[in-house]
Design a protein around this ligand. Sequence first.
Ligand code: PAF
Length: 284
Amino acid sequence: MAIAENLSALKTRIKSWRQQNEVIAFVPTMGNLHEGHLSLVQKARELADRVVVSIFVNPLQFNDQQDLTNYPRTLNDDVQLLSELDCELIFTPTEEMIYPNGMASLTKVIVPGFDDKLCGKGRPGHFDGVATVVTKLFNMVQPDIAIFGEKDYQQLMLIKKLVADLNLTVDVIGVPTRRQDSGLAMSSRNTLLTQKQLVQAPSLYKTLLATKHAIEEQGETDFSLLCGQAKQQLQEAGLEPEYVDIRRAEDLELANANDKQLRILAAARLGSVRLIDNIACDLA
Ligand code: PAF
């Protein structure tokens, strides 16, 4: 496994693989890798000849300076974890390499319809930052396949739209969320939770499951009632809900009783930590 710390090292590798017509899979990350990320790398391994993982904490997607400062950075541990997997290259650019002219007057990629709802509402500019950095990374790595976790379902759908709208030739693949035994979705931010919060946090997933059960098993079609009940359950468990929403899985538009493929999505705060999760709900 090699580490490319700059663009020219990355380009040299990519060029030689391209010349040999090898299939390249790419897993973009912000580091602090956990089992969820490792399952993305495993998926990449199954699908491609060469696997590239990037580690870059992207300042452009943080609307909260404190969140950016607190974001866990564990490069040595990440490299160690990846060295135990079958990954050919880690790309670890600096901020200056990704944004050589700064971010103030940067050309940005905006994905309408996905950027201002759900997580986009509470984090203005976040998805523009994600779309912009992912586009830049795609141009640098030139992958055939890119792998993203379903835990960030809105991000996954936004990137699929971006790729379709801009005619990018990368195949975007989603991988199911990895969970702890408690049901808590694996996330880099979980390391910021206290012992007490780690006991409270799984109620996010439990609430999503209860909502799914009410729709799939009990035939409940009053989605706004269900979302209200879910928020109340979260509050009772000590979380501060930001949103609970039931959406059409394909485009994240508001769902109605005729839609068959739904996604239930939620975000909630536990102290200073913002947790998100989502599950599929299938009525077909
Ligand atoms: O999901 C993440 O870790 C980030 O949003 C991503 C896709 C690496 C872009 O910075």
